[in-house]
Design a binder for this molecule. Sequence first.
Ligand code: FES
Ligand code: FE2
Length: 427
Amino acid sequence: MAALPSEFDALLATRREGHGMPRAFYQTEALFEQELSRIWHGGWLFAGFAFEIAKPGDYLTFSVGGTSVLVMRDDGNAVRAFHNVCRHRGTLLCRADAGHVRAIVCPYHSWTYSRQGELVNCHGMQEGLDKSKLGLKPLAVEVVSGLIYVSLAASPPDFAPLREEFEPAARPQGFDRAKIARMIEYDVEANWKLVWENNRECFHCPSCHPQYIKANFDIYEEEYASPAIRAQMAAAVARTHDKWASEGLAITHAEGGLARFPDPDLDLWYAADRTVMVDGFETESMDGKRVAPLMGDYQDCDVGVLRMRSMVNFWVHGSCDHAVAARLSPAGPRKTNVRGYWLVDQFAQEGADYDLEKLLPFWHLTNQQDWDISKWQQKGVDSIGYEPGPLSSQKEYNVDAFIRWYLKQMRAGGASGGKAVPLTRVA
Ligand code: FES
Ligand SMILES: [Fe+2]
C-alpha cells in the first residue's frame, strides 16, 4: 500500500505517548477516509452468522463506510461474498439488510447475476459482450464455527491464525447451532475509535454499568482485588478446570481486569478467552439466573463467559444459555453503526423457552450506557477545549494498546497482522 500522505503522518505523530488521541483523530473526514482504506479495507471483518443465510439464495448485506458487501449462499451451499454493485453502471444491487433471491436482478436495467455471481443476462446490450468478464466482483470470505468473515482487501492477511484461535474456543458455544432471538441496530454518535476505546477498558464500569459489574470481575485489576475476591475467582477457576479442562471450557483468563487486547507488538488482532463469573451468576442476566436453554455443548451453567473479539469490528460474550455479539460499521467521523445480536439455541422458542424481557436487558442496558457515554465523549472531544489526558496504566492499558495498534496500522497500511500467537493459557 502507498505511503500515508505526509499531512496524516504528521497528524499521527501528534499523539503523545500514554495519552488519548488529539481532537482531529475523531472528527476529520479526510482521516476517516484514510482509516477506511488503510484499516477497514485491509483486514478481516465480521459480516454475520452462517445460519442467517441457511439456504441457497439467502443473503445479507453489510456496509463499511460507503462500500456495501453482499454475502450470499450459492447454489452449492457455499458462502460467497461480492461487492454489492452492478457491473453495468454501478447501481447497488441488494438493498435490504437480508433477504432471499433466485437470481440477483439489478433494479436499474435488469442485468441479472446468478447466486455464484456470474452475469447471466443483460438483454439490450450489444452482441459479443463478454459476460464472463462482467460477473460480480468477488471478495475473500471465511467461515469459522458459524462466524462469517469477509475481507475487502485484494490480498487479505492470513486467516488461519484466527481460525486456529477461534475454532476450539467457539465450538462449545454452538454459534453454528444458534438463532437470533433479537437484533438491535444502534446508531452511535461517536467515532468508531471512541467505541473501541470504550470497549477496551472497564475503568468506566463502576460509574456507567451498575448491572454489569455485579456479574463480572472486570473491574478487579490486581490491586483492586481483595483477598475475598481473589479466593472467589480462584475457586471458580479450579472448579471449571477440574470439570472442563478436556473440553476446552476451562477458564483461560483467570485474573481480574480485562485480558490484554489488541497487541500491536505481536500484531495480535483476534483473541478468545473464558472468564469466571461472580458467585450467584449463571449467566449475564439482570438477576444472574438462566434466561434460555443451554447453548451448544454446554452441560450446565458453570462455564463462565466466553469472550471473543477481532479487530476491527467484532466482539461477543457467550454465557451458558445465550450470546451477545456486536458488529461495528463505520458510517462517518462521528457516526458508527453497531448491530447487536442476541443468540440462543436454534430450537429455543420465544415465550416457551425464553422471554425477551429477561434476555435483553443486561446487554441492551450495557450497550446503551456505552453508546451514550461515547456520544458525550465525542461532544467533549469536538470542543476546542479538549486536550488528550493521561491514560491509567492500571486500568486503560488496552486503550493505549488499541491506540498503538491503530497508529501502527495507519502507518503500515492495510492488513491487520495475522501472526499466529496463541494466548497465554492457564495450564
Ligand atoms: S446499472 Fe445495473 S443494469 Fe444498469
Ligand atoms: Fe462499557
